[in-house]
Design a protein around this ligand. Structure first.
Ligand SMILES: CC(C)(COP(=O)(O)OP(=O)(O)OC[C@H]1O[C@@H](n2cnc3c(N)ncnc32)[C@H](O)[C@@H]1OP(=O)(O)O)[C@@H](O)C(=O)NCCC(=O)NCCS
Length: 183
């Protein structure tokens, strides 16, 4: 990645319908409400459970700004018409898979293709800033997320078996998706 001249603490990305911007304290309430959703709890294995107001406050005030300030990730809130509709992040993990994308859309904003729009834009941002490839993992049973990845221009590159650990300790398989420039 070539991030010289990029101020990650303020960086925003615009798409046709979305503004991908840094989280701010007023996002706590909608992030809290969105993350009560059982689908979010089911598929986002790193989400604290139970997801409390404090979890949301920590995410918007400390975790996401910290990731940006330390150059670890471009963590964004997706906003449409001034309303929070979800979150999407590009994590600058090193290693051969390249930066990793993650996303969720609030239950009240689903069904409009926002996740693919956000993920596609952050993938393009990463490629434009010198990443040779960008990747994401989706649980092989998460049909909505598999569709999002394809719609965002990613190609499925394989299935990584038993790499997911669920909350009950059992394990599952994830589809590995990659996007390179020219895809
Ligand atoms: C996955 C998620 C981000 C998609 O949100 P979204 O952008 O509103 O997605 P959409 O409803 O526009 O659907 C995207 C695609 O998935 C399909 N889809 C949506 N829900 C589906 C379902 N339950 N079963 C099968 N396909 C589904 C849609 O038909 C659409 O495909 P199409 O464009 O080919 O028609 C959202 O469901 C979510 O936040 N889930 C919980 C968190 C999560 O799973 N994050 C991803 C972790 S890898």
């Amino acid at each position: 990645m070539e991030l010289t001249g990029v101020d990650l603490t303020t960086e925003t990305v615009r798409t046709e319908r979305l503004l991908l911007r840094p989280p701010r304290p007023e996002d706590t309430d909608p992030v809290y409400r969105a993350c009560q959703d059982p689908e979010a709890q089911r598929w986002l294995l790193a989400l604290p459970e139970p997801y409390t107001r404090e979890s949301a406050r920590a995410f918007v005030e400390e975790i996401a700004p910290g990731e940006r300030a330390d150059g670890r990730a471009l963590t964004t809130i997706a906003e449409a018409d001034g309303e929070l509709v979800g979150a999407c992040g590009l994590h600058f993990v090193t290693g051969r898979l390249g930066p990793e994308i993650g996303y969720w859309i609030a239950p009240w904003a689903r069904g409009r293709g926002y996740a693919a729009e956000a993920a596609g834009a952050l993938a393009e941002w990463g490629l434009a800033h010198g990443a040779p490839r960008v990747h994401l993992f989706a649980d092989v049973r998460n049909t909505a997320s598999l569709a999002v990845a394809r719609k965002a221009g990613f190609a499925q590159e394989g299935v990584v078996r038993r790499c997911l650990q669920y909350r009950d300790g059992s394990r599952g398989d994830a589809a590995l998706f990659g996007r390179v420039s020219g895809d």
